[in-house]
Design a protein around this ligand. Structure first.
Ligand SMILES: [Mn+2]
Length: 243
């Protein structure tokens, strides 16, 4: 039996022509492909009442938190800045419950981009709502080059799990305008961009197993073995949990 990886789904709030005007639950195909590629069984979890999070977690061996919207600033006691984009309180409230349930049951979490941001906020951290709040000098984090290609460098902590895959430097893609600000207690920073922004987090000793990255390995993995290896790590951890 393959380990089941729950993938946090998203919802189109307006009907669009391509779905005949219906609203849909969805995730990007690349998350599915990446999990299948490394031997996991992907299961897309729709946004639901937070009370359902426990039961969803009982169905999976690991959790993949996907990218998407911004995060409500109300989670960390701020008002929305004029520069904040679309956010989705129902998705946030549900994902916070998923994260709590995963940690309570010691199931591994791999968090990508927005996923890492909601993870930090769920555990008590804060965000920069927009890059304009970050002091200069800045690196471009909303890249215009092909999203499958890395655009900025990150420096990786030598003793981290990430370093076992990528060493101490990596060129990563960058498709975000929000950033981690104050780090939640259970997390430690394991990579930063050259302007000092947080690009990856882990838990000390990986207990519980949490890996968060600010870039999008699902867009890079087909041409980048290191990106594929991150998904493989999640599936390996999920397998351990299953045993
Ligand atoms: Mn970046």
């Amino acid at each position: 039996m393959k380990p089941v990886i729950g993938i946090s789904g998203n919802r189109l709030v307006k009907g669009v022509d391509v779905f005949y005007g219906h609203r849909v639950t969805y995730t990007q195909q690349r998350y599915i492909d990446a999990i299948q590629q490394v031997g996991g069984l992907p299961l897309v979890i729709p946004i639901d009442n937070p009370a359902s999070a426990e039961q969803f977690l009982s169905l999976v061996d690991g959790l993949l938190l996907t990218g998407g919207q911004d995060i409500s600033p109300h989670f960390y006691a701020q008002e929305p800045s004029p520069a904040i984009g679309v956010y989705s309180p129902p998705r946030e409230e549900f994902e916070v419950s998923l994260i709590r349930a995963a940690i309570a049951h010691n199931k591994p979490i791999f968090a990508i981009c927005r996923g890492m941001q909601i993870l930090n906020v769920a555990l008590g951290g804060t965000l920069y709502q927009d890059i304009s709040e970050v002091e200069t000098p800045l690196v471009q984090h909303l890249q215009r080059v092909d999203e499958q290609l890395g655009s900025h460098t990150i420096d990786i902590q030598p003793d981290s799990q990430l370093a076992t895959i990528s060493g101490t430097k990596k060129l990563v893609n960058s498709l975000h305008h929000q950033f981690l600000r104050e780090l939640a207690d259970p997390l430690q920073v394991t990579a930063r961009s050259k302007d000092g922004m947080i690009e990856a987090v882990e838990t000390p000793n990986m207990e519980p197993w949490i890996l968060g990255v600010q870039w999008h390995p699902e867009l890079m993995y087909s041409q980048d073995k290191e990106s594929e290896a991150l998904f493989a790590l999640l599936v390996e951890e999920a397998k351990k949990h299953k045993e």
